[in-house]
Write a protein that binds this ligand. Structure first.
Ligand code: ATP
Length: 948
């Protein structure tokens, strides 16, 4: 019973299962000698046995007539004539043959002269090997085996496939990994041992045999039966091990001497090839046996040695069974065979396990190995090796680094977010600042009115196009961003400002009134005037209650706001007028005071002896002053403090009455230093008699204080007036914004059946347009602007907001022109105010500009027709074209004239009469920043007028 192969385990160092790389072990060729019995033919010839077998390893020649052997040969094993093939196999081939089951190449071949028993022996070896191989496979269920067979013969130096039905010669190819391979050699998978035996039978049947004098069935070729065995460890074994190896079973042709074989013709030729190949084999063996591997080994000199190259000094275990005829007649041949066998004993092979690992298997194996190692490294068991502990420490260190980096990343992110938020705040702040700069006096007003500067109107069409492009986006944005909530907020803030302004004006007038009523300043008329003004201003301060929270519920609320805001318009305007009057009165008071002081100095001095010092008389009201930048408080208190301190410094005691002292006690001055100052004076004993007053010095100080007060009040009133004007302007802007909002909402809200009907709007539009045309005329508005507006706004409901805004701006401007010039601009004559003059001059220049374009923009026929139609005489003081232009837009009452004027101007400046080149957006509703103020050439006069 063959068990586990003995040779691989005992003679070859096995490669560790976890390491695919094979380990090489050098091993000499196993050489045994088998001597067959005398053949019947030899016996018939009375041939004698010439060989003796002193032991299992020695074969000795002993001449029959000489009892002492003359020569002996030792080998791994010597099998005598009585030894069975089974025994030869077991001891001379099995170990090597079964190496193929563990992935080691093996070669068993028989070498000997013809008829020495090579075929006989190899047939038995093959049978036993097959038997053992299948037995082994049967007993190794953990592995899957695949057995294949191929067979060839080398006949007359030609390779023939013994398993192919096409016995054509095969080529030998050199493969860098596999060595010499036989091209197209058939390899058949063996099903079982019977199948294998059947195939081997086919090979034998195919092999060339011939009858010679020595052998009836002499093999005339070298036969190589190659068994290839692949073995795979099954998947669930957890081990990776796939082997592949070949077992060459070589039955050589017999070396022969032609004289002995008595061959002729074909047999001689066969013998010649046989001998040549065997000679090469011998040379190879001898070379290899000499230990000179570096020298040339003549493998390629025969196909036999080429094919068996790995088996001869290469990656294979090799066993050579040297077969001998015991006959004395064949002693010389036997000696040659033993000589060959002796040489073969010295040949060393380098066999190794041929492990095959597929990529998939390798990956799986490596993954498992990595998992195992990781588990080992992370194992908390103290029994881990020192290297594992070191690796664990490294892993922990790495984890710590990762955590530190995560913390740093979080901190960096936090800093980044912080920086971004700061940046955002800065951006918002900058935007708000920029917005406030553009929105004029109120930081809260987001949208105000503005008109394109005249230099953009009086320019080329290209200029307009360029400027308008930018404005379109601006206006679209402003219109769509109009928010009722924001407007409500603006209105609220405006009202609060208005109230505060009124309160400040009231207090200022209150101070003024007390100054006058002290009978020191001005006349009785002035006192009455101021008292009346004060009463009026107080009356104006009756505002409706203003809710703190702005709630925009629906459109009705906004309308209410508009109504309420409009109702307050008179209040602001009245306040403005009253302040004008106050200012005028103060100026008169100042004049009268100065005159009075200068002319009746002595009289005043006598009066002042009994008077309470001005500033002190009003000290009780000082803490109630509004802390405005120009508030008279600062000057009043300053003067008062100067007086008090001056008196203290001079060791003079002011002649204060009890009321003053009480007042100072009950109404302390705001500010610690003032109170302490007065307290100090209180605690100082005061005696009128013992501390005479320097009256003259006091009078001078009183006079200075009064003058300072007057100046402060006057400046303050001036400032109030300016603020009221700005407030008024803001209110108008807000009203326009509300109107704009309403117009925008108009598309989504069901129109009022009465007010919003197309018919009523058309009527309103016509009226508004006539009004606008008149205002244009009165305010010297640019002809180009008139033309653009006229052609662009033709009564579309969406034009309502623009019409409203235009009317309001023009009305406002016309009012201011009237007030400042005390006449309408049309009646200003040759010496109008400078701002009116600049408008008139700009309009004149515009007409001259248009006149220059008459020749280029109008054909001669058009010019002639216009001259006739507009009654321009051929001869005149001015050129006809200038006369024509001067007549344009100069009759605001005739709509036909206006229409024709617009058409002519449109042609002259090059834009379409339909207004397609002019967008409504160019009449933007945005307010121009005061920083952008330039010398006004048109509508910027509004802001100039208001000193914005
Ligand atoms: N050990 C043996 N015991 C008995 N008979 C044997 C033994 N060896 C060989 N024979 C017989 O000797 C004869 C020749 O054997 P074989 O054909 O095997 O020789 P050979 O070396 O192959 O010859 P050739 O080289 O011409 O092919 C055969 O009839 C065979 O049966």
């Amino acid at each position: 019973m063959p068990g586990e192969p003995a040779t691989p385990s005992s003679n070859i160092q096995r490669t560790p299962s976890s390491t695919p790389g094979p380990k090489v072990r050098e091993e000499k060729i196993l050489v045994t000698v088998r001597v067959r019995p005398l053949s019947p033919r030899e016996q018939a010839m009375y041939d004698l046995i010439a060989w003796d077998f002193p032991d299992e390893h020695t074969v000795a020649f002993r001449h029959p007539n000489d009892e002492r052997p003359s020569s002996s040969f030792t080998f791994d094993r010597v099998f005598g004539p009585t030894c069975s093939t089974q025994n030869v196999y077991e001891e001379g081939a099995k170990d090597v043959a079964l190496s193929v089951l563990t992935g080691i190449n093996a070669t068993i071949f028989a070498y000997g002269q013809t008829s020495s028993g090579k075929t006989f022996t190899m047939r038995g070896i093959t049978e036993n090997a097959i038997k053992d191989i299948y037995e082994h496979m049967k007993n190794t269920p953990q592995r899957d085996f695949v057995l294949k067979i191929s067979a060839l013969e080398i006949y007359n130096e030609t390779v023939v496939d013994l398993l192919s039905r096409n016995p054509g010669p095969l080529r030998l190819l050199d493969d860098p990994e596999k060595g010499t391979i036989v091209e197209k050699l058939v390899e058949k998978v063996v099903d079982d041992s019977q199948h294998l035996k059947q195939l081997i039978g086919i090979c034998e049947a195919q092999r060339r045999v011939g009858e010679t004098a020595l052998n009836d069935k002499s093999s005339r070729s070298h036969q190589i039966i190659r068994l290839t065995i692949e073995s795979h460890l099954q998947e669930n074994s957890g081990r990776v091990k796939s082997f592949i190896a070949t077992l060459n079973l070589v039955d050589l042709a017999g070396s022969e001497r032609a004289s002995l074989t008595k061959g002729d013709g074909l047999r001689l030729k066969e013998g010649g090839h046989i001998n040549r190949s065997l000679l090469t084999l011998t040379q190879v063996i001898r070379k290899l046996s000499g230990g000179k591997r570096s020298s040339h080994i003549p493998y390629r000199e025969s196909k036999l040695t080429r094919i068996l190259q790995h088996s001869l000094g290469g990656n294979a275990r090799t066993a050579i069974i040297c077969t001998l005829s015991p006959a004395l007649s064949h002693v010389e041949q036997s000696r040659n065979s033993l000589s060959f066998a002796t040489s073969a004993k010295e040949v060393t092979n380098t066999a190794r396990v041929n492990v095959v690992v597929s990529d998939e298997q390798l990956v799986k194996h490596l993954q498992k190995e990595v998992a195992r190692l990781e588990a080992e490294l992370r194992s908390p068991e103290p029994s881990s090796s020192s290297s594992s502990s070191c690796l664990r420490a490294l892993l922990m260190e790495k984890d710590l680094k990762i955590k530190r980096m995560e913390i740093e990343m979080r901190e960096l992110k936090r800093q980044r977010d912080l920086a971004q938020s700061h940046l955002e705040l800065e951006r918002k702040s900058h935007k708000e600042q920029k917005g406030s700069e553009q929105s004029g006096p109120s930081h809260q007003v987001k949208k105000c009115l503005a008109f394109p500067p005249a230099n953009t109107l009086v320019g080329t069409p290209e200029t307009w196009a360029r400027n308008n492009t930018g404005r379109k986006a601006t206006l679209r944005q402003s219109i769509t961003s109009t928010d009722p909530y924001m407007l409500m907020q603006e209105i609220r803030k405006l009202e609060i400002l208005q109230r505060q302004l009124g309160e400040e004006a009231n207090q200022a007038l209150d101070v003024l009134h007390k100054e006058i009523s002290s009978d020191r300043l001005g006349t009785q008329d002035a006192v009455e005037t101021i008292a009346k003004l004060l009463s009026e201003i107080k009356g104006m301060q009756v505002f409706n209650s203003i809710p703190e929270e702005v709630v925009v519920r629906d459109k009705a609320d906004l309308k209410e706001e508009i109504v309420r805001l409009n109702s307050q318009g008179s209040t602001i305007e009245s306040l403005e007028k009253k302040l004008d009057n106050v200012q005028s009165t103060i100026n008169k008071l100042a004049c009268s005071f100065t005159t009075s002081e200068d002319t009746s100095n002595s009289k005043s001095q006598s009066k002042k002896k009994k008077m309470i010092p001005f500033s002190l008389s009003n000290s009780h009201s000082v803490p109630n002053f509004i802390r405005a930048p120009c508030s008279p408080l600062s000057s009043s208190r300053k003067v008062m403090d100067e007086i008090v301190n001056k008196i203290a410094d001079d060791n003079n005691v002011v002649s204060c009455d009890d009321n003053l002292t009480a007042s100072s006690k009950t109404t302390p001055l705001k500010g610690g230093e003032d109170c302490s100052s007065l307290s100090l004076k209180e605690n100082t004993p005061v005696s009128r008699k013992s501390n005479p007053i320097n009256v003259k010095k006091m009078q001078k100080m009183f006079k200075n204080a009064a003058e300072e007060n007057i100046r402060s009040i006057r400046a303050y009133v001036t400032e109030l007036k300016e603020r009221v004007a700005k407030l008024q302007y803001q209110k108008q802007l807000l009203v326009c914004q509300v109107l704009e909002l309403e117009a925008n909402e108009g598309t989504n809200i069901e129109p009022d059946p009465v007010d919003q009907s197309p018919l009523s709007w058309h009527s309103i539009f016509e009226d508004q347009r006539k009004q606008i045309i008149m205002l244009w005329h009165l305010c010297h508005v640019s002809l180009v602007h008139r033309t653009q507006f006229y052609l662009l706004f033709r009564g579309d409901p969406a034009d309502q907001i623009y019409m409203e805004v235009e009317i309001r701006r023009l009305t406002w401007l016309e009012q201011h022109l009237s007030e400042l010039g005390n006449a309408s601009p049309a009646l200003l004559g040759d010496d109008p105010a400078s701002y009116v003059s600049s408008s008139v001059k700009a309009l004149k220049e515009e007409r001259e500009f248009l006149a220059k374009r008459v020749s280029s923009k109008l054909t001669s026929e058009e010019r002639e027709m216009l001259y006739i139609k507009w009654e321009i005489p051929p001869e005149g003081k001015q050129k006809r074209r200038l006369q024509l232009v001067n007549k344009l837009w100069n009759d605001p009452h005739c709509m036909q004239h206006v229409k024709e004027s617009a058409e002519i101007v449109a042609k002259l400046v090059g834009f379409c009469e339909s207004g397609e080149h002019v967008r409504k957006e160019m009449f933007e509703l945005n307010f121009r920043s005061p920083a952008d103020k330039k010398t006004w050439m048109g509508w910027n006069l509004i802001s100039n007028l208001l000193h914005l």
